[in-house]
Design a protein around this ligand. Structure first.
Ligand code: PRX
Length: 662
């Protein structure tokens, strides 16, 4: 953390006054339409005891949670279960023909997988893994494209009680190697290749390089997706279908303690070394299922689609575990939104009559840039609830999503959470909560969050500070793999008072509470700028920029400035046929001034065709800060679009030279 370190208050300057209460029509059909649920949530123990009935327990738990060894929590103490029984067995018995996944390949190939099919496939792979020596507690690494065998792989590990460690298929060999080694994974499950934007990603080739330096790997299982010829090492490498076809389609589920780890998922922190976030079984299962059902108002007959890659936590909780436990039919799409054309998502929604869509603000802003003609080509009236996750959504994008995708009738659920939280924490309940564009609204029932100042004191409504979680919750990360001290240090040291037995989780995000107590996420605290002693969130300036009709997307960073402490550097992508010239720079600066105040006017604005983004779609602000401060650029290999960086650097330099000569 840099400038966020001294954060005392954030000046919440951006005003957004639109309110969207759930319509009477929506309320009438919603699973939850009364605010009583929030009152029920105040009684944590009873609330979370009740929600636990969503899960099939092999042995009931003795106690809802145990916080005596804080910050290392236990939930559903002494309960025994296997999460796959709730996700598969129950449905395979009760509704065997119900569709679990409609799979849509990038090139148009499709598969329909029922709950019974999924159950059998998972048992087969579990038996296969077991034959290869995988036992309860062993780690299995997974590095795949978005095909049905991806969820199958996670579930097969869970069936055996072998924690999976999924590595996103867009990561490099090096990243894969580091994660395999940190977890000492015994088996790796991968694909020959995956399809991506019409091209191929040579996963097995990348995996081969990683495995060369991963001594713990004994076997590699390869799903043949494209049929490309790949190098197979006798004895170590096996084609998935060769092994799985012959395996039995029945496999008893391993009995797991509620606290046994279900998976490890690596996430970046403030140091170069990724953290292996460890999630438990029972609490995670209850948290994922409860939030999925409530936030998306899930019903029998729905066709739900979360566009996230299973490689990220959103995919774990809301493509695999949550939807399957709730027995819903999901769409699983392999590819990108622009293949073969920019209406692919809308075509899929029309084709499968999707009822819930869950996607990312960065995608929404891209869709805005492409224009409304693409969604307008398709019938999207099947949609009932539309959600976003991953970063703050600016009011402009929220409104676009509401109007053009949700047809001004679907509640927008802006969901805040993290890899570490395991499931959604702050989000509207679509049949209850009045939404406001750009706010994730309030904490879900049974979740306690607050915004605090530098000393950990709750700030009054209308003020900003740090977002914290003040009570343990079921899906919370239990530790960092092999590093419990780091877990305590990173998340629990800033605001906790162990001497008073007060434990506060620090999420790393800045937030403000508006006058009604709604939470507005302001981005990571290291993205907060200090301009002449005024603290301004990069997000607020971005929001103001994107609010201008010519702007499709904007990223803002604070660069060092000898006079003002920091100066605001903006990087702006314009919509289709807009022209970036000096007149527009002036107009944008004035626009920001009118939206927030003169203090927030960017000192420099650089027009760029694209912003540098990670493969998960997050804007790399750190890199933009380096560019703005004309530093040597660090590692750009994790970028989805590394080429744009040098071009932006050139333009940034030219623009700053110009500013300083003015
Ligand atoms: O800064 C917040 C942002 O994403 C971070 C968590 O990232 P990750 O662990 O990769 O998980 C992403 C998917 C759950 C948070 O610390 N973030 C996530 N959702 C939102 C958000 N920021 C604002 N609004 C959101 N809805």
């Amino acid at each position: 953390m840099t400038d966020g370190e001294n954060l005392s208050t954030i000046e919440a300057l951006f005003d957004e006054n639109r309110h969207f209460p759930p319509s009477e029509e929506f309320k009438a059909q919603a699973n939850i339409s009364s605010s009583e649920i929030y009152d029920q949530g105040k009684d944590m123990v009873n609330y979370w005891r009740t929600q636990a009935s969503r899960i099939t327990w092999k042995k009931p738990f003795a106690k809802v949670f145990d916080w005596s060894n804080a910050p290392y929590a236990k939930w559903y103490v002494d309960g025994k279960l296997n999460i796959t029984e709730s996700a598969l067995d129950i449905h395979a018995k009760a509704t065997p023909d119900k569709i679990a996944y409609y799979f849509e390949g990038e090139h148009g190939d499709t598969r329909v997988i029922t709950y019974l099919d999924l159950y059998k496939e998972v048992c087969k792979l579990a038996n296969t893994l077991s034959d290869l020596g995988v036992k309860k507690g062993d780690r299995v690494a997974i590095y795949m494209g978005m095909i049905p065998e991806f969820p199958v792989a996670l579930l097969a590990c869970a069936r055996l009680g072998a924690p999976h460690s999924v590595v996103f298929g867009g990561f490099s060999s090096d990243a894969l190697k580091d994660r395999i080694n940190d977890a000492s994974a015994k088996v790796l499950i991968t694909c020959d290749e995956s399809w991506r934007n019409g091209g191929r990603v040579a996963l097995k080739e990348l995996a081969d390089v990683a495995v060369l330096e991963s001594p713990s790997i004994e076997h590699v299982i390869v799903v043949q997706r494209t049929g490309a010829s790949v190098n197979m090492i006798e004895g170590r490498d096996h084609f998935y279908h060769d092994l799985v076809t012959a395996a039995s389609d029945e496999r008893d589920a391993e009995e797991m303690d509620s606290e046994d780890p279900l998976f490890i998922l690596y996430t970046s922190g403030t140091t170069a070394r990724p953290k292996g976030i460890v999630h438990s079984t029972g609490g995670y299962a209850v948290g994922a299922a409860t939030t999925h059902s409530m936030v998306f108002d899930i019903k029998d007959g729905d066709v739900y689609w979360c566009t996230a890659d299973v490689g990220w936590v959103t995919g774990h909780s809301y493509v695999v575990y949550g939807p399957l436990i709730n027995g819903v039919t999901s769409v699983l799409y392999e590819g990108v939104p622009q293949f073969p054309d920019k209406d692919r998502y809308w075509e899929i929604i029309e084709k499968y009559k999707v009822t819930q869509l869950y996607t990312a603000p960065t995608s929404i802003r891209t869709f805005m840039k492409w224009g409304t003609e693409y969604p307008k080509k398709h019938d999207l009236t099947s949609l009932k609830v539309i959600g976003t996750v991953g970063e703050p959504i600016n009011p402009e994008a929220w409104m676009w999503y509401y109007e053009f995708i949700g047809n001004s009738k679907c509640p927008v659920v802006d969901t805040w959470w993290q890899t570490e939280t395991g499931h959604i924490m702050i989000s509207p309940l679509p049949g209850v909560t009045t939404t406001k564009p750009g706010s994730a609204t309030v904490a879900l029932p049974g979740i306690n969050v607050d915004v605090v100042d530098e000393d950990g004191n709750s700030v009054p409504n209308g003020s900003g500070g740090y977002l914290v979680i003040t009570h343990p919750w079921p899906g919370m990360a239990r530790t960092i793999f092999k590093d419990p001290d780091r877990f305590k240090d990173v998340y629990w040291s800033k605001f906790s008072k162990p001497e008073e037995n007060k434990w506060v989780y620090f999420a790393g995000d800045g937030a403000k509470k508006d006058l009604e107590g709604y939470i507005w996420l302001l981005g990571r605290v290291d993205d907060v700028m200090n301009i002449s002693g005024h603290r301004i969130s990069t997000l607020e300036v971005e929001s103001a920029l994107v609010d201008h009709h010519a702007v499709a997307e904007a990223a803002v960073v604070g660069r060092n400035d000898p006079t003002t402490g920091q100066a605001i550097a903006a990087f702006v992508t314009l919509k289709g046929n807009e022209k970036g010239d000096d007149a527009l720079i002036l107009e944008l600066r004035n626009h920001v001034a009118s939206k927030i105040g003169k203090i927030a006017r960017p000192a420099s604005i650089v027009f760029t065709d694209e912003l540098p983004k990670t493969r998960s779609g997050k804007i790399m602000r750190r890199l933009l800060r380096d560019i703005s401060e004309q530093r040597q650029l660090g590692d750009v290999t994790t970028l989805a679009n590394a080429d744009v960086v040098h071009e932006i650097a050139e333009r940034a330099k030219a623009s700053q030279d110009k500013v300083s000569s003015e």
